[in-house]
Design a protein around this ligand. Structure first.
Ligand SMILES: *Cc1c(COP(=O)(O)O)cnc(C)c1O
Length: 375
């Protein structure tokens, strides 16, 4: 099976081989060399000189850590929403007893920085702004630079869910002044699941230190992670066991990404997105998101008139061993989402998917225009 869903992604053989090496202990000098290299590599991807932790778990663990560490129960957080993952971020915040303020944009449209500014001005007691960068449910890349400028102007700490975007598009954490930024290994970082990298800025630490009585657990409290980095830094700079196999796989993936250069890696994704859209458009698929706001990592499309998207998905799995994603919640059965991240952002994956889609449409009696060769 080839995964062309918006995570988890297929990993290259070299990364899978690294994953399969005998399990290393998660402490000691030899291990720390690997761990430190991974942290340094991630800091390059995040473009940060701040602190960075690897939290074992899914992206949501990182988001819980961010919200739970930055805020006390009862405090207000602004969570602008334009899709499933924005709603989810709000739900996670509610799980900590936070009062969630909302500014919604229509599904498929970007968040509006002006509306966010108004909401922050209107409620000066909002203690943080939490936004999804790439809304994975529709492929909208929210205007993070503009939103971050509003957060700086209004002096509100910014928490970013960059779970599906980090590594695939430029995201200069320090330049944008992001307080806490969360991602996972298994999307654009092109690794199997297992860890959530999280960056923390100095200002974010100041906000946390001013809330010593948060009472939001221990493992998911970022202050716990800082404590172990500071006090056990020479042998075990984190509170618990690390999934060392995954970290070694991530080391291998980061070497590949950084070895070729981040810009080349971003360009590979842009080029895959252009190809998918330029072929599927003329086949009758319609974008869910306006071109100007769509990400190079996920393409969300309505099917041609009369075509059943779920039938196409089942056919691609059965006949072509390719899995693409469907829609979530109200978009279920209405759209397909093609993930072209990491290994899937290669002409090998993209062309084979396009072959499969064309074959399906021919089978169903649609006219399929001659496809232009890859230039
Ligand atoms: C995938 C994703 C998540 C959830 O990640 P998990 O690892 O499943 O917890 C959160 N936010 C966004 C934007 C995502 O794409």
């Amino acid at each position: 099976m080839r995964l062309m869903i918006p995570g988890p992604v297929d990993a290259e053989d070299e990364i899978l081989a690294a994953l399969a090496e005998p399990t290393r202990p998660h402490y000691g000098k030899e291990w720390l060399e690997i761990y430190d290299e991974v942290i340094d590599g991630l800091k390059q991807v995040f473009q940060t000189r701040g602190d960075l932790f690897l939290m074992p778990g899914p992206g949501t663990a990182g988001l819980e850590a961010a919200l739970g560490s930055m805020l006390r129960t009862g405090e207000k957080v602004l969570v602008p929403r334009n899709g499933f993952f924005g709603h989810r971020l709000g739900t996670v915040a509610e799980g900590y007893g936070l009062e969630v303020c909302r500014v919604d944009a229509p599904q498929g449209e970007p968040l509006d920085p002006e509306a966010i500014r108004e909401a922050l001005r209107h409620s000066p007691d909002i203690q943080a702004l939490a936004v999804v960068h790439l809304e994975t449910s529709t492929g909208v890349l929210n205007p993070l630079a503009e939103i971050a400028a509003v957060a700086r102007e209004q002096e509100v700490p910014l928490i970013v869910d960059a779970v599906s975007s980090m590594g695939g598009v430029p995201l200069p954490v320090d330049e944008l002044g992001i307080g806490v930024c969360v991602t996972v290994a298994n999307k654009c970082l092109a690794c199997p699941p297992g860890v959530a990298p999280i960056s923390v800025s100095e200002e974010a630490w100041r906000q946390m230190d001013a809330r010593a009585n948060r009472a939001h657990g221990w493992y998911l409290d970022l202050a716990t992670w800082r404590h172990y980095a500071d006090h056990w830094g020479d042998w075990h700079p984190y509170p618990t066991t690390m999934p060392t196999n995954v970290v070694v796989a991530l080391q291998t993936s980061l070497r590949r990404i950084l070895g070729g250069g981040l810009e080349a890696y971003y360009e590979r994704h842009r080029s895959a997105a252009r190809r998918v859209r330029s072929v599927m458009g003329p086949l009758g698929f319609k974008p869910v998101t306006p071109e100007a706001h769509t990400s190079p990592l996920i393409t969300a499309l309505y099917g041609p008139p009369g075509m059943e998207v779920e039938d196409l998905r089942a056919y691609l799995v059965a006949e072509w061993q390719i899995m693409i994603a469907g829609g979530l919640e109200d978009l279920s059965g209405k759209i397909v989402r093609v993930g072209h991240m990491g290994k899937a952002a290669t002409s090998d994956y993209v062309e084979r998917l396009l072959d499969g889609v064309e074959a399906y449409l021919r089978l169903k009696g649609y006219a399929v225009p001659q496809r232009k060769a890859l230039s």
